[in-house]
Design a protein around this ligand. Structure first.
Ligand SMILES: NC(=O)c1ccc[n+]([C@@H]2O[C@H](COP(=O)([O-])OP(=O)(O)OC[C@H]3O[C@@H](n4cnc5c(N)ncnc54)[C@H](OP(=O)(O)O)[C@@H]3O)[C@@H](O)[C@H]2O)c1
Length: 142
């Protein structure tokens, strides 16, 4: 039995990945930052909801501890939770906008992977984010 944690599994690509892996027989931990949303997804798909906000050390550590207690290991981490940013034109994008995306999509993903590494013991981790915002408008012609 393959045990898989998907962060941000309550909607979007994470949810669809969960649905497909559950069909293949994985035990799927549905990572969600809002437990109610995770419970709703689990009621529809199956799987085990687990609270995980990837920007919080405490939340990531608690999720890893829960999976460790229940499953004893993790076979696959799908590091999917991310934010797309505001898709603002470059002229309206601030450093704070960029850093908010970086915090979740880079720093937090690294935290989740580092924490899960103890449970994974060399098994695969997949990171899905590629949402670092690009300028939504072309630069002016010269
Ligand atoms: N959609 C695309 O076309 C596309 C293309 C390339 C790559 N990707 C990548 O694929 C992944 C999923 O994309 P998507 O379109 O399915 O995104 P989505 O529909 O916006 O779903 C994102 C998920 O991440 C969760 N999330 C956001 N911040 C979080 C945090 N701090 N801690 C825990 N969970 C958090 C969201 O939870 P809430 O429901 O609580 O907000 C939601 O469950 C992302 O990594 C994205 O960069 C997507």
């Amino acid at each position: 039995m393959t045990t898989t944690l998907i962060t941000g599994a309550n909607k979007g690509l994470g949810r669809e990945t969960a649905r497909r892996l559950l069909q293949l027989g994985h035990t799927v931990y549905l990572g969600c930052r809002d437990l109610e949303r995770g419970k709703r997804a689990a009621a529809e798909l199956g799987g085990v909801p687990v609270t995980i906000d990837v920007t919080s050390d405490a939340s990531v550590t608690a999720a890893a501890a829960r999976i460790s207690e229940q499953a004893g290991r993790l076979d696959v981490l799908i590091n999917n939770a991310a934010v797309p940013g505001g898709f603002l034109p470059a002229a309206h994008t601030t450093a704070a906008d960029m850093l908010a995306v970086y915090d979740t999509n880079v720093a937090a993903m690294s935290l989740a992977a580092a924490t899960a590494a103890v449970l994974l013991r060399g098994r695969p981790a997949v990171s899905a984010a590629s949402a670092i915002p690009a300028p939504a408008t072309a630069p002016p012609a010269r």
